[in-house]
Design a protein around this ligand. Structure first.
Ligand SMILES: [Ca+2]
Ligand SMILES: [Ca+2]
Length: 235
């Protein structure tokens, strides 16, 4: 949403389906936000980081006495999305999500939200030359259950059939892990952004078209996300 000041706000604690490319319930999430907040006074709550890498304000939003994140979670129009460090008690958020999930409301009725993990972003095309910026390729994956998940033995594959086995990483409910293509030291403490490095010496994801699929340790698909560019992307 955009404030009168022109500042854009990225909502804390909840992540809604995308409008572009269109995902199921993206429009419903936008309309629910409009109904609660459009033209109203918004009370913003900042965490330790006030702006994200796109220059947007990172804030909790309250309109008409209602917390927008909880409001969207209750209707199944968002999933819990925590980026540490965050001092908010996650339990009420997780509970709001669990209720919507049990009722199969909104996104919880759709195919892509049946697994334990949900890809929230897929940067198949790194900034600049992918060969020189292998860790500029990454996926962000969120634990959309109400309990901690160990990623040990989970596998990530691309369209060409390459496969990467993930290390043991205890991902708390609502938390995200960034999965980077290159070499680096895993950051497995949930006190800051968790990071897993796939250890490739070159780019993994095809800039034109690729698909990331995550399997659990029993070989079941947990989530799958397509990256596709209409025009020929620059390297
Ligand atoms: Ca790439
Ligand atoms: Ca690139």
């Amino acid at each position: 949403m955009t404030l009168d000041t022109g500042d854009k706000v990225r909502l804390r604690w909840a992540n809604t389906p995308e409008l572009r490319p269109a995902e199921e319930y993206g429009i419903e999430a936008r309309e629910a936000t409009r109904a609660l907040c459009e033209g109203k006074v918004a009370t913003l709550t900042y965490g330790s980081v006030q702006r994200d890498s796109y220059g947007r304000l990172l804030a909790g939003v309250e309109c008409q006495g209602t917390d927008l994140s909880v409001h969207l979670l209750e209707q199944g129009l968002a999933h819990v999305f925590l980026i540490p460090p965050d001092d908010r008690d996650p339990v009420p958020l997780i509970e709001a999500q669990a209720k919507a999930k049990a009722a199969r409301r909104g996104v919880w009725s759709t195919e892509r939200y049946q697994g334990e993990i949900h890809f929230t972003s897929f940067h198949a095309n790194a900034d600049g030359d992918d060969n020189l910026n292998v860790n500029g390729e990454y996926l962000r994956a969120c634990n959309i259950t109400d309990r901690t998940i160990d990623l040990a033995g989970f596998r990530l594959t691309d369209l060409s059939g390459r496969s990467f086995t993930l290390p043991s990483a205890l991902l708390p409910a609502g938390n995200t892990v960034k999965i980077l293509s290159g070499v680096g030291e895993h950051q497995l403490s949930p006190d800051s952004q968790m990071e897993i490095y796939l250890g490739s010496d070159g780019p993994i994801w095809n800039n034109k078209r690729d698909r990331a699929t995550l399997y659990d340790r029993h070989g079941r698909v947990v989530d799958s996300r397509l990256h596709e560019t209409k025009s020929d992307p620059a390297q």
